[in-house]
Design a protein around this ligand. Structure first.
Ligand SMILES: Nc1nc2c(ncn2[C@@H]2O[C@H](COP(=O)(O)OP(=O)(O)OP(=O)(O)O)[C@@H](O)[C@H]2O)c(=O)[nH]1
Ligand SMILES: [Mg+2]
Length: 306
C-alpha cells in the first residue's frame, strides 16, 4: 500500500505513467465507505479518528486514514504528522494511516489523495477516512471525494453560530459537536441545538432522507456518541444506496475530477518555457496597446494547439 501510494504521489513522468497503469488495473468491484472529515485546528479531528477508527477496528472493519492538508505547503505538513495522537490506531494491523502529501498546490494534493483513496478501496479497506483542516477550498475538495461529509465543531462559548461558513454547512451530512464531556457538555448540547436549528433552515437536498443533515454531540476523548454517529452514517449510506444517490454521487464526482484534471493540465501547459515566452510576448503587446487583450488571448490559444 505504502509503495503504491508513493508511486501515485510521485511527479516524475515515468512514475505518472506507471501510476496510470496501476490505477487502470484496479478492480472496480470494491467500494469502501469514504468519509470526509473537516474541522478547524484543535477541534479534535485526530482524537476522533483514533477513537472512531478503533471502534470500527473492533467491529472487524479495515480502516484507512488519509489527509488533505493545505497548510503542508507552508509548514511541511502538520495533519497526521502527530501520529502520536493516533497511537492505538497506528498499531492496528487492520488500519493504514498515511500522512498528507506535501506539494505546492491544492490541486496536486487533491489528485494524489483521490488516487490514494482508490488504492485503499481496491486493497479492501472498508472505511476510508479523509481528514482536512478547513482552510480555503480543502473542504470542497474532500467533499468531492467522499460519500459522507462530516463537520466537526467545538462547543461554542456564546450563543452565536461559530462563524461556520454557510457553504461548509451546506456540504455537511452530519455535524458532530465534539468535546461533549465534563465542563463543556452543557455548551456542546446548546451548540448542537443551535446547529440542528440552522440545518433545518437550509434548502432541502435531494440526496437526504427525512432527518438529514443532522447535528449530534460526541466526545472523541471519552468515546461517547461514536456508536450513535456510526449508526447515523450507516442509515444515511443505506438510504442513499437504495435510492440511487450513492452511484449518482460517485458519477458526478468522477465528472468533477475529470474536469479538474483537464484544468490542471491546461494550467500546467502555461508553465512550459516556450509557452511562457509566447505568453509574455503577447502580454507585452497588450500592455503596449498594440493588441487587444481578447484578440491576443485568442491568438495565444490558437498557437497553443497548432
Ligand atoms: N475534552 C475533550 N477534549 C478533546 C476531545 N477531543 C479532542 N480533545 C482535545 O483537543 C485537543 C486537540 O485535539 P486534536 O485531536 O489534536 O485536534 P485536531 O482537530 O486534530 O487538531 P489539528 O490536527 O491541529 O487540526 C487535544 O488536547 C485533545 O485532547 C474531546 O472529546 N473532549
Ligand atoms: Mg490533528
Amino acid at each position: 500500500m505504502a509503495r503504491a501510494i508513493t508511486l501515485v504521489e510521485s511527479g516524475r513522468a515515468d512514475h505518472r505513467m506507471q501510476a496510470a497503469e496501476l490505477l487502470a488495473a484496479l478492480p472496480q468491484d470494491r467500494q469502501a465507505l469514504r468519509i470526509g472529515l473537516s474541522g478547524t485546528p484543535g477541534v479534535g479531528k485526530s482524537t476522533f479518528i483514533e477513537s472512531f477508527g478503533m471502534m470500527l477496528i473492533k467491529q472487524g472493519k479495515r480502516v484507512a486514514v488519509l489527509a488533505i492538508d493545505p497548510s503542508s505547503t507552508r509548514s511541511g505538513g502538520s495533519i497526521l504528522g502527530d501520529k502520536t495522537r493516533m497511537d492505538l490506531l497506528s498499531r492496528e494491523a487492520g488500519a493504514f494511516i498515511r500522512p498528507s502529501p506535501s506539494q505546492t498546490h491544492l490541486g496536486g494534493v487533491a489528485r494524489r489523495t483521490r488516487e490514494a483513496v482508490r488504492l485503499c478501496e481496491a486493497a479492501g479497506f472498508d472505511v476510508v477516512l479523509i481528514e482536512t483542516v478547513g482552510v480555503g477550498q480543502s473542504e470542497t475538495v474532500v467533499a468531492e471525494m467522499s460519500d459522507l461529509f462530516l463537520l466537526l465543531l467545538a462547543p461554542a462559548g456564546g450563543d452565536e453560530l461559530q462563524g461556520v461558513k454557510r457553504g461548509i454547512m451546506e456540504m455537511a451530512d452530519i455535524i458532530l459537536v465534539n468535546k461533549a464531556d465534563g465542563d463543556l457538555k452543557a455548551a456542546a448540547n446548546r451548540t448542537c441545538g443551535d446547529y440542528s436549528g440552522a440545518l433545518r433552515l437550509l434548502r432541502k437536498r435531494a440526496q437526504d432522507p427525512e432527518g438529514f443533515p443532522c447535528a449530534m454531540t460526541v466526545s472523541a476523548l471519552q468515546e461517547n456518541g461514536l456508536d450513535a454517529a456510526w449508526e447515523k452514517m450507516q442509515a444515511l449510506t443505506q438510504w442513499r444506496r437504495e435510492n440511487d444517490f450513492w452511484d449518482r454521487s460517485r458519477a458526478t464526482q468522477a465528472r468533477y475530477w475529470f474536469l479538474e484534471d483537464v484544468k490542471q493540465r491546461l494550467l500546467a501547459q502555461l508553465q512550459v518555457p516556450e509557452t511562457k515566452a509566447a505568453l509574455n510576448a503577447l502580454s507585452d503587446e497588450v500592455a503596449a496597446g498594440k493588441a487587444d487583450p481578447s484578440a491576443a488571448a485568442q491568438a495565444f490559444i490558437d498557437g497553443l494547439h497548432s
